[in-house]
Design a protein around this ligand. Structure first.
Ligand SMILES: [Zn+2]
Length: 260
């Protein structure tokens, strides 16, 4: 009995060994075939027609990944207005008065007021809102005036528009048109030398505001650094954006492609 069992064990080991060898051979053959297949495909891509198809496929994929984000961001406080996202001419928003001549989005004005109050409480009194909500129509006036100024200086239409675009967004492409932006004081970068600016860098996120056009994001925002221009996005987003060191364009793309 014992001897028979031993023989059976030996056979079993042999069968397993053969089985493993067969699997190993199959794996090697399949791998080899797929390598040959890849090489063959690469060879065919060197002929014009196939090559074009491959390129077309790639561009299609790239376009798709650009056009079809995982989700669309529709929150009002994250609305993007820039040269690629022009607001319709009839865009309307409910605004509330900051003072007799300036308005802000009615849903966000309390945060702006709280922020200004907090600044004053911290002893910063030389800060004021120079400009806030502008209708698309008003934006067009400002834009055209600036273009005309450059034209008078002898610039061509193209040069004038290019120079203007560096400082004034085209009508419908500004978050002033959304009612979610404020410009402080003299609307120039002397603002960056004030204590108010440092205070905002440190505390604005607590009230949901961000520096909309940072110095190191000019390539993405397509707008030159504006220390005076602050935009409401809501506290949660403002903090996250600062943490990730993202401007609004980057942040929206990040949210759109984030796993749900
Ligand atoms: Zn502004």
């Amino acid at each position: 009995m014992k001897k028979k069992q031993k023989i059976n064990k030996k056979r079993l080991v042999l069968i397993i060994a053969i089985f493993i060898i067969i699997i190993a051979i199959v794996v090697v053959v399949v791998r080899h075939k797929s390598t040959v297949g890849t090489l063959a495909e690469q060879d065919t891509t060197s002929t014009g027609e196939v090559d074009n198809n491959v390129i077309e496929d790639q561009t299609e994929n790239e376009e798709n990944s650009g056009e079809e984000p995982k989700r669309k961001i529709t929150e009002w406080n994250l609305m993007l207005a820039n040269s690629d996202n022009i607001l319709p001419e009839d865009y309307e928003v409910e605004v509330a008065n900051i003072d007799s001549s300036r308005q802000f989005d009615a849903r966000a004005i309390s945060y702006l007021n709280e922020m200004l109050d907090a600044m004053r409480k911290d002893g910063i009194t030389n800060v004021w809102v120079q400009s806030a909500y502008r209708s698309v129509e008003r934006q067009k006036e400002l834009y055209d005036n600036k273009v005309n100024e450059y034209l008078k200086q002898g610039k061509t239409q193209e040069e004038a528009e290019k120079l203007t675009s560096e400082y004034i967004n085209k009508p419908g492409s500004s978050d002033h048109n959304l009612g979610l932006a404020v410009d402080f004081n003299y609307v120039n970068n002397s603002f960056a030398e004030l204590e108010a600016y440092d205070w905002l860098l440190e505390n604005a996120e607590d009230y949901g505001f961000i520096l909309r056009y940072p110095e190191d994001k000019e390539d993405i925002t397509k707008i030159e650094y504006e220390s005076w221009h602050w935009r409401y996005v809501g506290e949660e987003h403002a903090k996250k954006m600062n943490e990730l060191d993202m401007c609004l364009e980057e942040y929206i793309e990040y949210l759109e492609n984030e796993d749900i």
